[in-house]
Design a protein around this ligand. Structure first.
Ligand code: FAD
Length: 279
């Protein structure tokens, strides 16, 4: 069982607990993006097993009739084993998802995976029109070109700032620079992308305000996305007026994810320490 400290950020170890969390959050008007924790497999066995677990999860989503989709990490379903393994597993997941009318996101990992991930997304997006989305990282200098390439692809793009520590030759390193390009890319997406193709994956109040302004200006339908356990009250507030999705990790490999969340902000760390001390 997941200890009380970690259950702020992780829904549980089993798919049943993840579905239960989805039901609770759905009641507050927030939709859910389920992510089975796991990444960086170097052998085919665990990559195939996680792909199978996603396929079973799709069935659970349909059976429980929850407002939920899934988000898959490329290295979790075989990208480090071989591009063909990643493609085959994504194809299997997406095919099942299309049958069950469940949307599939592909998370973006470090820059060595960007080309293979975009190529695979593009193929799937044309084959399963409207059923697949991709995360794109504002901190990478290539992103301006990537967004232009992706503007006409029939899918959705989740714009994030980027979670990986990338080399300065290929990435913006300073927070202000990343924020500047994030705003530019948001504007490009509201202007050029179709209705429903824009997802804003950020907790940043300034980016959220800017997205609202862009919506007023361009009228492009979009959604907000935030992580479970981060600015939860804001998520419920936004859900009253906008489409709001909560990214919900679950599964046995919860510790390293929880550790990252606890370490990234002082208040999260204090929260964890207080929980351990019981006050
Ligand atoms: P930051 O730039 O970290 O912070 C800006 C401001 O936001 C802060 O000053 C504060 O006011 C507020 N804020 C931020 N975090 C908190 C917090 N914990 N508590 C309270 N206030 C806070 N990255 C990838 O590289 N690939 C992915 O596929 C990917 N998918 C993601 C999916 C979702 C739904 C989300 C929300 C993020 C994803 N990320 C992904 C992570 C992303 O790249 C950023 O690293 C992360 O979201 C931090 O950037 P930010 O815009 O949220 O805010």
């Amino acid at each position: 069982m997941i200890p009380p400290i970690a259950d702020r950020f992780v829904a549980g170890e089993s798919p049943a607990e993840a579905i239960q969390h989805a039901q609770a959050v759905n009641q507050r008007g927030v939709s859910v993006i389920l992510n089975l924790l796991g990444e960086h497999y170097h052998e085919r066995g665990p990559a195939d097993e996680d792909a199978e677990a996603y396929i079973r999860l799709l069935e659970d989503i349909e059976t429980a009739d929850v407002d939920a989709c899934v988000s898959v990490k490329p290295s979790q379903v075989g990208l480090n084993v071989g591009v063909h393994v990643f493609r085959e597993n994504m194809e299997r997941i997406t095919e099942q998802a299309a049958r069950r009318d469940v949307f599939v996101w592909i998370d973006m990992e470090d820059h060595t995976t960007t080309d293979a991930t975009i190529d695979t997304y593009e193929q799937l997006a044309y084959r399963y029109e409207g059923g697949v989305g991709l995360a794109i990282q504002a901190n990478l200098k290539r992103t301006e070109d990537d967004l232009e390439r992706l503007a006409d692809v029939p899918g959705k793009i989740r714009l994030v700032k980027g979670a990986y520590d990338e080399p300065a030759e290929i990435a913006y390193k300073r927070k202000e620079e990343v924020n500047r390009v994030y705003r530019e890319y948001m504007e490009f997406m509201f202007e050029e992308f179709d209705d429903g193709a824009v997802a804003i994956g950020s907790h940043d109040p300034q980016m959220i305000e800017f997205a609202k302004q862009l919506y007023d200006e361009y009228g492009t339908d979009f959604e907000f996305q935030m992580l479970m356990g981060v600015r939860t009250d804001e998520q419920y507030d936004l859900a009253r007026e906008y489409e709001m999705w909560q990214y919900v990790p679950y599964g046995g490999k919860w510790f390293s994810y929880f550790y990252r969340r606890a370490m990234e902000r002082k208040e999260n760390l204090l929260f964890a320490v207080r929980a351990v001390l019981g006050r």
